[in-house]
Design a protein around this ligand. Structure first.
Ligand code: CAA
Ligand code: NAD
Length: 296
């Protein structure tokens, strides 16, 4: 079985990246968001990223054009009706995702595979909104999708093993390295990564160091490519907050609980890079400045 046609639902940070790697790999790809400006923003990010690869010489210019021609933006879920694989990448909210999957279940042809890119929600819980349990799995890409190699392929207790194999093969086809994870909140990577990010905020709240020193400490002391605050700004403070709530709900352990400062930042719209301000201020994107208002 091949997967000739892919649908991606959500054209934000992750959905646009997933749509891009699918189109570059040769899949005709529908990408759906809920309003024209959101689609436009996602497509502009794809165009910019493809141009960067062309400038660097890692993508021939004609392949950029071919990838763009394979991308079909849409506002209508109905356009995904004959997709063979639909990957959901909308907001990290169980109700919104379940509503979407229930709707997709009615629209998309029987036999098509459904996947969620959720960071932390139970794949089983999302699956129960549909009538295609054996054909439902997690395909968890990492941010930035274009540069990160990993995809967690997540199986539930009822996913058909053949569908897991297809998920693994699909990840390879889009240039990624798959690993297999079972359906536990946070899978493998976020279960380990998110408590570390939350702990960095607690360290800041407790006055252990400044934003730049904590970031510098983890970069130079542990060779991480980014410090925790730069990474939180990249992932999105809003998204990480939702993830933490979901992990806390599953495990009931303090290490997963979102710290008070994080909640205040979400309430104030400080989501990180995507809103221009988080732990850093991105008014000048090439030279982010520490957001001093957050320090104790
Ligand atoms: N499209 C195309 N090329 C791009 C690009 C884009 N959008 N962004 C950057 N590039 C290119 C750059 O031009 C650069 O090319 P050269 O090496 O030829 O100059 C190259 O990619 C590297 O970019 P940068 O120099 O800007 O950045 P970097 O070397 O510091 O690497 C990074 C960037 C890969 C993001 C690195 O900082 C990193 O690995 N950070 C950690 C990311 C991480 O941990 N992600 C996981 C988040 S958690 C998650 O995703 C799960 C979840 O559910 C929340
Ligand atoms: P985002 O806020 O950048 O994008 C979400 C997009 O979904 C928005 O454009 C929104 O308009 C759209 N949307 C909402 N409801 C929709 C619907 N019914 N149909 C179509 N589009 C809809 O969020 P993101 O960072 O791209 O995260 C998306 C998913 O990917 C979440 O489940 C998140 O946990 C997961 N994820 C995020 C990261 C990360 O680093 N940000 C990494 C891996 C996985």
């Amino acid at each position: 079985m091949t997967l000739p046609k892919v649908g991606v639902v959500g054209c934000g940070l992750m959905g646009s990246g997933i749509a891009q790697v699918c189109a570059v790999a040769g899949y005709p790809t529908w990408v759906r968001d809920v309003a024209p400006p959101l689609i436009d923003k996602g497509l502009a990010a794809i165009e910019k990223s493809l141009s960067k690869f062309v400038e660097k010489g890692t993508l021939p210019a004609e392949q950029k054009a071919a990838a763009l021609s394979r991308l079909q933006p849409t506002l209508r879920l109905e356009d995904l009706a004959d997709c063979d694989l639909v990957i959901e990448a909308i907001i990290e909210n169980p109700d919104r995702k379940r509503e979407l999957f229930a709707e997709l279940d009615k629209i998309v042809k029987p036999g098509a595979i459904f996947a969620s890119n959720t960071s932390s929600l139970s794949i089983t819980e999302l699956m129960t909104a549909t009538h295609r349990a054996p054909h439902f799995l997690g395909l968890h890409f990492f941010n930035p999708v274009l540069l990160m190699q990993l995809v967690e392929v997540v199986k539930t207790v009822v996913t058909d093993p053949a569908v897991i194999s297809l998920g693994m093969e699909f990840a390879r086809q889009v240039g990624k390295v798959p690993i297999l994870a079972t359906d536990r909140a946070g899978f493998i990577v976020n279960r380990l990564l998110v408590p570390y990010l939350l702990d960095a905020i607690r360290a800041l709240e407790e006055g252990a160091g400044s934003i730049e020193d904590i970031d510098q400490g983890m970069k130079l002391g542990c060779n991480h490519p980014m410090g925790p605050f730069s990474l939180l700004d990249l992932v999105g403070i809003d998204t990480t907050y939702y993830i933490a709530e979901i992990l806390f709900d599953e495990y009931r352990e303090k290490r997963f609980a979102p710290p008070p400062l994080m909640k205040r930042m979400v309430l104030a719209g400080m989501y990180g890079r995507k809103t221009g301000k988080g732990f850093y201020d991105y008014s000048d994107p090439k030279n982010p400045r520490v957001n001093r208002l957050l320090e104790v």
